[in-house]
Design a protein around this ligand. Structure first.
Ligand code: IFM
Length: 472
């Protein structure tokens, strides 16, 4: 309760305000506003600060180029930016914008004209379409997006110009699917069918080229050698992100989705959270990148990256495994770690960038607290996927995935100005599945709560049960 209602939200706000600049961990003036990070920081200040988020999204979109890619970091006062060429940055704009519209219902936002960093201007919708277009145009020999300088993992940054990122391919599928849903809602039928075809095409490529038998490969280097595959010689046989995002992007069919998340449980999950990869690199391999400059079990080199853990939590809820989802959530939850404060060593109410993994002598020690994407994503995982109270274009969706032993929880959620008092009962001890939803005493069909006038209060009673709606 205290994390979701108070501290996690507070950390989101601090991170939104400060980005990754000026802290005890990131000092100096070398770091600008991160395009990728700042889009993610928008996710959970939105419900209290929609206008600041709207402005931030516009500011971010101004740092996109006509071709669809963007600065990696930008300096708002000088308008300078870093053009090093990461392969994922521009796609995060789709995540923040679709999320904003789901929360606010402000479809007109898509019509705002926003300048490009290299001249000209277009509607925000066109910015999003160009982001997708850029990634599909810049693919390598397997047909997956070129890695560029790096992707979400800043430290896989020397794999060569022709390297391809399987994770970006999955993230691109996720973004393409999100944009397709939006295109349909605003009657852009042609875009909708084009985006759907692109999604299916990339999905086929990933499953054909990147499935390694039990999990998804992470990257193909410039010589087409896999990184994150069982035959890799020393480090990095399995990476977390290509398993969780295979599920988030819905590119994995059922046997593969369960298999790859089982591989996460077997190879990456520890009592203090899930490692980013295993085993850690014990040597510095220049051709892979900066990852090997960190000691094993720290930071990107097989540390427990708190930003990437909630993606695994979300993936588990999508598979219906509520016990495991909550167990993963709790392993890195700062308040739940207070009993081991002597090991944790950071504030027991703030997420850190990472926790040292079992490959480090400092196993369980948390480092670099406060300014991290962990803040937003852990709140998304807890609120939208475990409790399952999720903003959607047409209303608030109810889709919990909880531990079976929970019998009851209640949530007060303000959505588009109306106040929903939601009580969820779980008499059959299931993880997912909704038997009935009553709003102000009347049963509704489906799991989307109706919209109401701002300022009004409504009582929502949800009964979960086996074979109910959305049971999985
Ligand atoms: O994804 C990055 C983020 O942008 C900055 N901190 C480290 C993460 C993983 O490399």
């Amino acid at each position: 309760n205290r994390m979701i209602n108070v501290w996690n939200q507070y950390q989101c706000r601090i991170t939104f305000n400060w980005a990754r600049s000026a802290s005890f961990y990131e000092s100096g003036i070398g770091r600008g506003i991160g395009f990728r990070d700042s889009n993610q920081d928008c996710l959970w200040v939105l419900h209290v600060e929609p206008s600041s988020v709207k402005q931030r999204i516009i500011d971010l979109a101004k740092n996109q180029f006509k071709k669809g890619n963007s600065f990696h970091q930008y300096f708002p006062l000088t308008k300078a930016g870093d053009k090093s060429g990461y392969s994922d940055d521009h796609l995060w704009l789709i995540v923040s914008t679709t999320n904003y519209i789901k929360e606010t219902g402000d479809f007109d936002f898509l019509k705002c004209r926003v300048p490009f960093a290299d001249g000209g201007a277009a509607t925000l919708y066109e910015h999003l379409m160009r982001a997708i277009g850029y990634s599909f145009k810049n693919c390598g020999r397997h047909g997956m997006p070129l890695l560029g300088y790096a992707d979400w993992n800043d430290c896989l940054n020397n794999l060569g110009k022709e390297a391809e990122s399987v994770w970006v391919a999955q993230f691109l599928c996720y973004a393409t699917k999100e944009l397709a849903i939006l295109a349909k809602l605003i009657s852009k039928e042609k875009d909708y069918s084009r985006l759907n075809k692109l999604y299916q095409k990339m999905r086929r490529i990933i499953n054909r080229c990147a499935w390694d038998g039990s999990w998804y490969i992470r990257i193909f280097d410039h010589k087409s050698r896999p990184v994150g595959a069982k035959n890799c010689k020393e480090g990095g046989k399995i990476y977390l992100n290509t398993q969780s995002w295979a599920v988030l992007s819905e590119i994995a069919d059922n046997p593969k989705a369960f298999k790859c998340m089982d591989a996460v449980k077997k190879n990456l999950a520890t009592e203090h959270g899930i490692k980013l990869l295993a085993p850690a690199y014990k040597t510095f391999y220049p051709y892979i990148g900066a990852i090997g400059t960190f000691a094993p079990g720290l930071k990107e080199n097989a540390g427990i990256f708190c930003h990437a853990n909630p993606w695994a939590v979300i993936a588990e809820t999508k598979l219906g495994r509520g016990n495991l989802a909550f167990s993963y959530y709790k392993r890195i939850l700062p308040a739940a770690r207070n009993a081991i404060a002597h090991i944790q060593k950071t504030e027991p109410y703030v997420y850190s960038q990472f926790i040292a993994s079992d490959e480090s002598p400092e196993f369980g020690r948390s480092r670099n607290s406060w300014l991290t994407g962990s803040a937003s994503w852990n709140l998304v995982a807890a609120s939208s996927y475990i409790l399952g109270i999720r903003p959607d274009y047409k209303g608030l969706a109810i889709d919990p995935c909880i531990p079976k032993k929970w019998t009851y929880f209640k949530v007060k959620r303000v959505f588009r100005g109306a106040i929903y008092h939601i009580e969820v009962r779980n008499p059959e001890h299931v993880s997912s599945g909704i038997k009935s939803i009553a709003v102000d005493g009347k049963n509704i069909s489906g799991n989307i709560l109706p919209l109401f006038k701002p300022g009004t209060s409504h009582l929502v009673k949800v009964i979960m049960g086996r074979r109910g709606l959305n049971a999985r």
